[in-house]
Design a protein around this ligand. Structure first.
Ligand code: SF4
Ligand code: SF4
Length: 167
């Protein structure tokens, strides 16, 4: 088995939809200074994510939790002087992580709820009561048959519930 070189990971990212511009980054930090998430936690910094990716730190990037903290607000992308599509790069990295079976449990829960109930947030007695209080009609059970067919046709179910290390 040949050892991966740092640039291999960067090349793989540029070959992904959304990841094309990552190698334009010159680490100025404008994205981080515009990022609302970076302002609230030290666990996330888009410049650092890009740096790690360009250094070939595949596991740190794809198995860490940072890429899941981006709020997709696009502040960074509007401001990057190098026109790096930062938010789209993060999406590309998330897609790569999911393909490798690395996905936070909350997303698989959302996916399961979508497939089984047709909505991301399952209905509960509490929500039903709140709807009634606001004068909203009870929600009818969603018809999930068509949805399941679409999700199966796109491979969504297999991708979302892939185990780590599966190919
Ligand atoms: S603003 Fe652009 S060039 Fe600067 S660190 Fe962020 S991605 Fe890189
Ligand atoms: S899109 Fe993500 S990385 Fe960019 S500023 Fe918003 S939260 Fe930060």
């Amino acid at each position: 088995m040949t050892e991966e070189k740092p640039l291999d990971f960067a090349r793989e990212i540029t070959g992904r939809l959304g990841g094309e511009t990552i190698t334009r980054c010159y680490q100025c930090g404008t994205c981080a200074s515009a990022c609302p998430v970076t302002k609230t936690t030290e666990r996330y910094n888009p410049r650092q994510v890009i740096r790690l990716a360009l250094l070939g730190q595949r596991n740190d990037v794809l198995k860490g939790d940072a890429i899941w903290l981006c709020a997709s607000c696009y502040n960074c992308q509007e401001r990057c002087p190098q026109k790096v599509e930062v938010a789209d790069v993060i999406y590309a990295l998330r897609n790569m992580a999911i393909r490798g079976g690395n996905i936070p449990a909350i997303y698989t829960e959302f996916a399961a709820a979508l497939m089984n109930e047709g909505r991301l947030a399952p209905m509960s007695k509490f929500l039903e009561k709140k709807r009634a209080e606001y004068g909203l009609p009870p929600l009818k059970p969603a018809n999930t048959e068509a949805l399941k067919k679409i999700l199966a046709a796109t491979g969504f179910d297999k991708i979302m519930f892939r185990k780590e290390g599966a190919t």
